[in-house]
Design a protein around this ligand. Structure first.
Ligand code: ADP
Ligand code: MG
Length: 250
């Protein structure tokens, strides 16, 4: 059992407090939701947890040991992986090579990287896409490739930044199934950022709600649904959630 945590993390960008004293804990096998309106600080928190952004104050801990200040590739080597809002695949390379390159970067030999990349595509159920050029894939397939790439070398934690953006309801359900498998079958702790509040409430064990850089609520889905503070934070942003607020939260 492993634990990744943010401990009192604050980030200031030239006068703007993007995060104020944010703490959260993610354990092996857990699916933790991170929601909040646009600009709440969700991506900034993932950037801090993965070494892409240094906190102004506070710490990131993995099993109690500090990751604060480590470069992103060092954090990844310690088993904390992520996907990006908007993909970031090597668009000119075949799908299989996208995974292989990550395996090589994480220290595998060429043969081992190719073998693991193939096994990963198979595990996700997208082996048929192996030789397709990544930049030509439909959006939803691209997302699954990005998740496969993040799972190379079996990280203990996977942080997903809006993986369902632009998906149809059926595609979002398929993604939910994949996220559950990642937690159950691989024992991975998953942090799920999503605009689609309905998806988060359906798949997560526990949810943290950010608004204007601060945690305004935490709890299981039922508590988040019932929260006046959450309802208030989302007021007027129904279009952003992909679901009517009433339907998403009631
Ligand atoms: N590199 C940056 N420089 C300046 N401001 C930033 C930077 N990154 C994010 N911000 C600001 O920090 C706030 C939080 O942004 P972000 O973490 O992207 O929110 P979210 O992912 O919840 O939409 C926003 O006001 C955003 O404009
Ligand atoms: Mg974001």
């Amino acid at each position: 059992m492993s634990e990744l945590s943010a401990d009192g993390v604050s980030v200031a960008f030239a006068g703007l407090k993007a995060l104020s004293e944010v703490s959260l804990q993610l354990r092996s096998g857990q699916i933790l939701g991170l929601i909040g309106p646009n600009g709440a600080g969700k991506t900034t928190l993932v950037n801090v947890l993965t070494g892409f952004q240094a906190p102004t104050s506070g710490a990131v801990l993995l099993d109690g040991a500090s990751l604060t200040g480590l470069a992103a590739h060092e954090v990844r080597r310690r088993g904390v992986a992520r996907t990006f809002q908007g993909g970031r695949l090597f668009r000119d390379l075949p799908v299989i090579d996208n995974l292989e390159v990550t395996g090589l970067g994480l220290g595998l030999s060429r043969a081992a990287a190719i073998r693991e990349a193939g096994e990963m595509l198979d595990w996700i159920g997208i082996s048929a896409l192996a030789d397709r050029i990544a930049g030509t894939l439909p959006y939803t397939d691209e997302r699954r490739v990005a998740i496969g790439r993040a799972l190379m070398r079996a990280p203990d934690f996977l942080l997903l930044d809006e993986p369902a953006a632009g998906m149809s309801p059926q595609e979002a359900r398929d993604l939910s199934d994949l996220i559950r498998r990642i937690a159950r079958e691989r024992g991975c702790g998953v942090l799920l950022i999503e605009h689609n509040v309905g998806l988060v409430l359906g798949v997560c064990d526990h949810i943290v709600v950010l608004d204007s850089g601060a945690v305004i609520e935490t709890g299981p889905p039922a508590a988040i649904r019932a929260s006046e503070r959450v309802r208030h934070a989302y007021m007027g942003t129904a279009a952003d959630t992909g679901l009517p607020v009433q339907e998403a939260l009631v």
